[in-house]
Design a protein around this ligand. Sequence first.
Ligand SMILES: [Fe+2]
Ligand SMILES: [Fe+2]
Length: 471
Amino acid sequence: MTAIDYSQQIPNNVNLAEDRRLQRALESWQPRFAQWWEDMGPVGFQDKPVYLRTAVDVGQEGWAHFDHVRMPDYRWGIFLSPQQPDRTIGFGDAKGQPVWQEVPGEFRAELRRLIVVQGDTEPASVEQQRHLGATAPSLYDLRNLFQVNVEEGRHLWAMVYLLHGYFGRDGRDEADAMLERQSGDPDHPRILGAFNEQTPDWLSFFMFTYFTDRDGKYQLGSLRESAFDPLSRTCDFMLKEEAHHMFVGATGIARVAARTVELMKQYDTDNVAPHGGINLETLQRYVNFHFSVSLDLFGSERSTNAANYFAAGLKGRFGEDNYEDDHVLLNSEDSYLVVEGDQVVRQSMTARSLVNHELRAEYIEDCAKGVRRWNRALAEEGIDVELALPHVGFNRQVGAFKEHNLTPAGDVIDSAQWEEGLSDWLPTDDERAHVASLMAPQFEPGKMAGWIAPPTSGINTNPVDYEYVQL
Ligand SMILES: [Fe+2]
Ligand SMILES: [Fe+2]
């Protein structure tokens, strides 16, 4: 086998050149990754130069290096945020003790599981989005899609590095299995439900990057608190890249709404579908769908596993430092919503059992910020329609609401009423078909498909009409 020049091919700050054992593990994994990218990565465009951001270092200068690169030549690097000297465990039973540089034997299985579950989502989203290139609404959007895709690939590398570097043989097996499961495969599905759903059109892509990548932000944020320092530092660096994914979602949805408003005014109607637009009520139904399936990713509100992870210092809350409590959560209470009869009521219990709920609550508040921004833009245009997040109990398959039917407003209803309301609340087949019918590519620099407004600015100070992908 030819030796790989690691600092060139795999930019890293983990001293790969010096670590023979890790080199050997990655040497056998890399061709499998390359094969997976070819088989399951973006369809087409692989030989086209794309204006991509590559992390070549963790510092200000190095983490966002822009250039035209062909995707298979993208340098998937391994980066951890710099180690903080004297960092101590910030929460749980071992709060205040030094963090771990190696995996403690007693938490090995749990840590491996947490890394595998997070790692599995990264290639899953690339698989879900692999057909979207063909219908990109602009070169700007095409580039953003590929940027998200290569970075999710890098996030897989980040998790595989931890498995190879800290878990030996079973870590290597888990790293291989990441490339064997496939999104939507009935026999070998991805681990989490939302990552087996299709991302069939660009509206779904924007919703996915807004709502589902944001779940990623919260999961990574809670793992950034981990007592296992290499995991913490890895997640901290991944969060930098994740911010762009959510930007793509937030601005994507805003641009769809802006174009809709333009058409509403031009044709003096709420129904812009015949004019090649996407109605605001369709946007609302997509929001209802993507928000509710993303909530399921947080697991059950009340969770013994999550409490154990918290107790052990494996997984904390998002921004643990910002909480003004004891960070141990044994003597405090929290509450969550459950259904009793036909009422939604609050139930109290020890805060430690409700850390999933707490993480989800922070997530919901973060989601709401973007919705408020979209609504401000609508109001400025004189449109008196507001988008809204549905009730937390709407359309849920996991947790306290899974046996119940709730409307987006939060009323408990029976299954007949649910069936009746469904077409008001979730995207209908006709609506999805209409959205699909709008998905025609627009590959002329600076031009946009008719259902979406241009972005307010380009990437990295380039103009909107820059040739972001050279076709
Ligand atoms: Fe990611
Ligand atoms: Fe992401």
